[in-house]
Design a protein around this ligand. Structure first.
Ligand code: M6R
Length: 583
């Protein structure tokens, strides 16, 4: 939800480094940002906070070797300077950044108010700074003890980092919200995501729930939060390079990530053949299969339910945030397949925990590494498409859906043999220009309808979501056969309708298109074939059951083109954040 970046070490341009880290993490929240550093010649903190996106911002904070920074996705309290992090105690000797929700913040706030603490923000996070101050000054605990005790007193999924200016120390804790420690050469970095750590080091430790670190004199002892017991700091090396997390010449991450799909889809299947075969057998033997995720990941789950149905396996796709209603149907011979790009989506994690507690085997199909979901799963299949930075998800969806397709029937594995070649030839600048041309005619639309049948119905839902979240044009996906049961009453002269089709569904979908056209709709056909029903046609590759891939890629490019054409930011649409770590 929010992004945390922390630096402690040999470099003196800490504020600038934190700002650079926050720019990388900004996709996690861009309502406001802020930095606190301990200047080299002072014992109180210098703090800077701003509302809005970081953009090309610079910082004038003084020279320092230690500091913390934050990009905010507002939950408690509006988007104001006061509500921006870091939050400090009154004498500005302690600063805190926080990702998560302190569920018992009101109770803590009341307790601290009684003790004379005054609050300047409406956030749940500010209680942390005052609570640490209280534990240090009134209960005479050390800084590290105070931060750990404070963390043990709060409820909810959280990651916090506190900086003491007097001691030159940082203490960080995690329970439910991601935090990664980067171990460099005489320097330590903490971040919500490894992408911001890669410019410094590839050696990392993913903090686990219930762990905390105490950064002091460039050392990084790891503690168990419940009793401060020292733990072994197990590290691993990140495979991604700095370039993976850069735009690589593209104007936006979204476009870069769309084009990466030439490779990422088949690669996701090819690198996972062994585990796919193993999990496929488990799924085939299961009494009940559930597939779940949120947003785009839920659409991916829906695709999975069609794939499995084709193989004669009944699998229910359920939005993770609705799963509770179905949890009683789980038995210990059930398999729960969780789809998540980040592996940190709170709603998905809750559904997984519920399914696991009832005895289901958990399979996770994830992109980001080292996530909470990865650890919760009995089997995890990493699609490894590299960092997906645009808030609008593209390459994770296609890679995860490809893995589901392969899981549904092992013989599908061979259908990926030539995919990279076909996509590489088709997904090029000519296609981009063609879609941009079509987007021009849709740019002032108030509503766009997107229809399809079976896999193309799901592709329609996903394409509509891309258009909505990236361009703010209302777009709605429908099952073509449903139109005549109500939706068609919305169609009038000039209504734009995108028709996603493949050979399997051609006749039915074209007949729905005719019904729309005869009521004045303008039909944009997205399919491997042209048809008289289409006023405009965008050609996609004929890939048999995988034709949905080309069709959804066109939906993604269209969402991107409409976003750019309407002056929106496709990488950071308003009100959204990449990783939704709150319920
Ligand atoms: O990280 P996850 O895949 O669990 O995220 C789930 C959704 O929040 C995500 O897919 C969201 O719908 C995207 N904005 C879609 O583009």
């Amino acid at each position: 939800m929010c992004g945390i970046f922390v630096y402690s070490g040999k470099r003196e341009d800490t504020a600038k480094n934190i700002l650079a880290g926050l720019k990388i993490l900004e996709y996690r929240g861009y309502d406001s940002w802020g930095i606190a550093v301990k200047p080299v010649d002072q014992t109180f903190l210098a703090v800077e906070k701003h509302i809005g996106k970081i953009g090309e911002a610079t910082t004038g904070l003084p020279t320092s070797t230690i500091g913390i920074g934050h990009t905010r996705w507002a939950t408690h309290g509006g988007v104001t300077d006061q509500n921006a992090h870091p939050h400090t105690n009154e004498d500005k000797t302690i600063a805190v950044v926080h990702n998560g929700i302190v569920e018992n913040h009101q109770e803590l706030r009341r307790m601290l108010r009684k003790k004379g603490y005054e609050f300047v923000s409406e956030t749940d996070s500010e209680v942390l700074a005052h609570l640490i101050d209280h534990l240090m000054n009134n209960e005479k605990k050390s800084f590290a003890e105070s931060v750990f005790s404070c963390f043990n007193m709060i409820n909810g999924s959280n990651a916090i980092v506190a900086l003491s200016a007097k001691l030159n120390e940082i203490v960080a804790c995690r329970n439910g919200s991601p935090l990664v420690a980067g171990i460099g050469d005489d320097e330590t970095i903490l971040a919500s995501d490894v992408t911001a750590i890669i410019p410094y080091t590839r050696k990392v430790h993913y903090l686990q729930d219930g762990e905390g670190v105490h950064i002091k004199n460039s050392k990084l002892p790891l503690h168990r939060l419940s009793d401060m017991l020292f733990l072994n700091l197990e590290t691993e090396m990140i495979e991604w390079s700095v370039e993976n997390a850069q735009k690589g010449g593209y104007p936006h991450y979204m476009l870069k990530e769309i084009f990466e799909q030439k490779k990422t889809i088949s690669q996701a299947v090819n690198i996972n053949r062994e585990i796919i075969e193993k999990v496929s057998e488990i799924v085939t033997k299961a009494k009940k299969v559930y597939i779940s995720g949120c947003g785009t990941a839920y659409h991916c789950s829906l695709l999975g339910s069609y794939f499995f149905a084709k193989s004669g396996i009944s699998a229910s796709a359920i939005p993770a945030n609705e799963f509770d209603a179905f949890s009683k149907t789980i038995s210990d011979n059930s398999v729960f397949i969780a789809i998540s790009q980040s592996g940190e989506t709170a709603d998905t994690l809750l559904a997984v925990k519920s399914a696991k507690s009832k005895g289901a085997k958990i399979v996770a199909i994830i992109n980001a590494r080292g996530s909470t979901l990865e650890r919760l799963a009995d089997y995890h299949i990493p699609v490894n498409t590299g960092p997906e930075i645009a808030v609008v998800s593209t390459k994770a969806f296609t890679a995860q859906s490809a893995v589901l397709f392969a899981l549904s029937n092992k013989s599908n594995l061979q259908k990926f043999d030539d995919l990279e070649n076909v996509l590489s030839e088709w997904l090029n600048i000519n296609l981009q220009e063609k879609v941009f041309g079509v987007a021009k005619s849709l740019i002032d639309s108030k509503n766009i309808f997107v229809i399809g049948k079976y896999l193309q119905f799901v592709t329609a839902l996903e394409s509509a979501l891309k258009v909505k979240e990236a361009s703010y044009i209302h777009a709605e996906g429908f099952a073509a056969g449903e139109l005549k049961h109500g939706v068609i009453s919305l169609v009038e002269k000039g209504t734009p309708v995108m028709v996603l089709a493949d050979e399997d569904t051609k006749n039915d979908v074209l007949s729905s298109a005719t019904e729309m056209k005869s009521r004045g709709a303008k039909i944009l056909g997205i399919a491997p074939f042209n048809a008289p029903e289409f006023d405009t046609h965008i050609q996609t590759p004929e890939l048999g059951e995988l034709t949905y891939l080309g069709n959804v890629i066109v939906g993604q490019i269209l969402g991107y083109a409409l976003s750019v054409g309407r002056g929106c930011d496709p990488d950071k649409p308003r009100n959204l954040a990449k990783s939704v770590t709150v319920k």
